[in-house]
Design a protein around this ligand. Sequence first.
Ligand code: ZN
Length: 121
Amino acid sequence: MIELISTNVGDTGYTSPAFVCDTCREQAFADGMALVLWMERSVDGLTERSPMFVVHKRTCGQAATHSLGGPYPRVDDWHDMTMELSVFIEHLATNAERPVKGRKRPHSLVLRSPAGGAHAV
Ligand SMILES: [Zn+2]
């Protein structure tokens, strides 16, 4: 996830946003070793997605995928989706400056929390 990290440099302290691995809680970098991970399924033509998680590749990603199988069971057609963190940042930076091309109509997506709650976005 994106978190504010507090630092102390000399006599100056500040907070700065950074990507933190949702499995090991260490900072993740766009160095080819981190992913954005989410669960997704289609029900009656409607896309449902979990929140997005940031994980290091391999061990952290495998642990996150395994634990997300609880609230998002594969037997209920949930499947894991990933995007390289560097690619995610490129898209985010682009989409922060202009509308997303080919965007589906509003409210065509259901965000489903791990606790089971859902709301249309
Ligand atoms: Zn990690």
